[in-house]
Design a protein around this ligand. Structure first.
Ligand code: DX5
Ligand code: ZN
Length: 227
């Protein structure tokens, strides 16, 4: 059902192993890779993903906010990521790249910035295991949730249902106890939360609370019955 992926962007980068331990029970650990070109921020790369994969049992969900993912994304699979997300705006050959990620043994996922529509990618959806709809402009944690993304989440869920796909729909940016239910009702089933988890007194409790809220909202959702 609802999956909660804490984003380590809001964690203490000097204590990543302990910060992963602090969210035990999470479905995935969301790892934001930024290259200072695709987004105006710089975080971490392949060597840290490799170390983190050895340090935790939680599977890694790598969100690549980088230029030229066609060249770099496969290395994140080799580094131990269980899911690799590239941006539609940055990929030169998204179908080839998704196939390569899958062939190397990870889940393939594609992200859309807020101004990028889903419709041009309808035929490409069967090539993916997850679609990520950004609900803030990528680059920084702690930004306000963009309500105007809710119709895109809904339209994407409709496309997934129309084609009968087993595609996860992830939202990332400003997801918190006050926004997660709206995302779930609209059709999201994988929720990234950075500041809402690592800014909390007890990160594991924050994960549990978000999960309860998302599942409550999903139970009544139009799309969950056919799910
Ligand atoms: C932003 C990143 C997010 C970020 C979310 O570009 O992709 O994963 O960590 O942080 P919050 O949940 O604080 O908005
Ligand atoms: Zn992210």
């Amino acid at each position: 059902m609802a999956q909660i992926n804490p984003s380590i962007l809001s964690a203490d980068f000097a204590r990543l192993a302990q910060e992963a331990e602090a969210v035990r029970g999470s479905d995935w650990l969301h790892v934001d890779v930024m290259d200072n070109h695709f987004v105006p921020n710089l975080t971490l790369g392949v060597p840290i993903v490799e170390s983190l994969a050895r340090a935790t049992d939680i599977p890694l969900d790598c969100h690549l906010m980088i230029e030229d993912p066609d060249r770099w994304a496969p290395q994140y699979v080799e580094a131990g990521a269980g899911s690799v997300t590239f941006h539609a705006e940055a990929a030169a050959a998204p179908v080839r790249l998704a196939r390569e990620i899958r062939a190397k043994g990870a889940r393939a996922s594609m992200a859309l910035k807020p101004a990028t529509p889903i419709e041009p990618y309808e035929d490409l959806l069967p090539e993916l295991d997850m679609l990520l709809i950004m609900t803030v402009e990528p680059g920084f944690g702690g930004q306000s949730f963009l309500d105007i993304m809710l119709p895109k989440i809904r339209r994407t869920r409709e496309l997934i249902a129309k084609h009968g796909l087993e595609l996860w729909l992830q939202v990332d940016g400003g997801v918190s106890a006050s926004t997660i239910e709206r995302c779930a009702e609209a059709g999201a089933d994988v929720f990234v939360a950075g500041s809402a988890v690592y800014g909390a007194q007890e990160p594991a409790d924050a994960v549990a609370k978000l999960r309860t809220l998302a599942e409550g909202a999903t139970a009544d959702a139009w799309w969950a019955c056919a799910h």
